[in-house]
Design a protein around this ligand. Structure first.
Ligand code: SAM
Length: 290
């Protein structure tokens, strides 16, 4: 593929970031980075959403129209800037992925890159799907899932993006993993990543949540989908499994916990990073690790 790439940077108030990101994802964005004050973004209270587009990048009028539509969808007080990048977009995205330690043992890095000694490679090409491993919520989920994997574990990863969480679970020895995403580009990247990591025979990628229960459900989503999917995610662990959720910040945590409490799920462990939270929930409060 030799498509060009252009980058739109939205500078939005932190409280609008989730809604702005959801609106941007609906416009065919090919790759996303979220940067706050602690990860190279603007001063506290604002967030950069860096959105990569590969459609008609050579056309400056089109680039401006996309940027303006994104600014409008990001709501009041959003600022926008655009830059054109003439390179092959997947190569450019890959160049922006620095090897990133994940959990106790992994390092996420592009296929072909040499891992440092002492860390186990988790090979990821984003192919446009979220999930390079660099986002704090991805790291939180890997921290939380690591101690939950056994050779019997059947994993369901909802909002799998490029597959990073399901792949981490499979590399840790999980029996099988089903990754679900509404983005077909992400699913294709996830399937390629399963092959890059030698676990394709234990992985399945699909567009809808299967009815079968799982031993471990991973859901690194946004507050909206986490709320809407609560009935299905709860159902998936009804047989006694654990649910790991992330993708929300401190102001949203109480509401998210309350949604899952209503479905009978209790928080048994909680971690946070850079203002983001990750929780383990299940139907057995006596297993609390908090
Ligand atoms: C924050 S990314 C997480 C990606 C990856 N699991 C990670 O941890 O890096 C969220 C993903 O959820 C997907 N998504 C959003 N709404 C969804 C829904 N209702 N059902 C399934 N996937 C959804 C998006 O397409 C995106 O790939």
């Amino acid at each position: 593929m030799t498509e060009g790439l252009f980058r739109v940077r939205l500078d939005v108030p932190a409280e609008n970031a989730d809604a702005a990101l959801a609106a941007a994802l609906a416009t065919g964005v090919q790759g996303v980075e979220v940067r706050d004050a602690e990860t190279g973004g603007p001063p506290s209270g604002r967030v950069y959403l860096i959105l990569w587009h590969a459609d008609r990048a050579e056309d400056p009028t089109h680039r401006r129209a996309v940027a303006e539509a994104l600014r409008r969808s990001a709501g009041h007080d959003a600022q926008v800037s655009i830059s054109a990048e003439g390179d092959q977009w997947t190569a450019l995205l890959a160049a922006h992925l620095s090897p990133c330690p994940l959990g106790k043992s992994f390092i996420a890095l592009p296929p072909g890159a040499t891992p440092p000694t002492g860390r186990r490679p988790l090979r990821i090409e984003t192919g446009g799907g979220f999930g390079s491993g660099m986002h704090p919520t991805t790291a939180l989920c890997v921290d939380l899932l690591e101690p939950l994997i056994s050779p019997e574990t059947r994993v369901l990863d909802v909002g799998c993006g490029s597959g990073v969480l399901a792949l981490a679970a499979l590399l840790l020895g999980a029996r099988s993993a089903v990754g679900v995403d509404i983005d077909s580009v992400a699913l294709a990247a996830a399937a390629r990543n399963a092959a890059h990591n030698g676990v394709a025979d234990r992985a399945l990628w699909r567009g809808t949540i299967p009815p079968q229960p799982a031993d471990l459900v991973l859901a690194n989503l946004y507050p909206g989908p986490l709320t809407q999917l609560a009935p299905q995610l709860s159902q998936s662990v009804q047989g006694g499994g654990d649910l790991v959720i992330s993708g929300f910040r401190t102001p949203q945590r109480e509401a998210i916990e309350a949604v899952y409490e209503r479905h009978g799920l209790h928080v048994v462990d909680a971690h946070s990073r850079a203002g983001w939270h990750g929780l383990i929930l299940n139907f057995h409060p006596e297993t609390s690790r908090r």
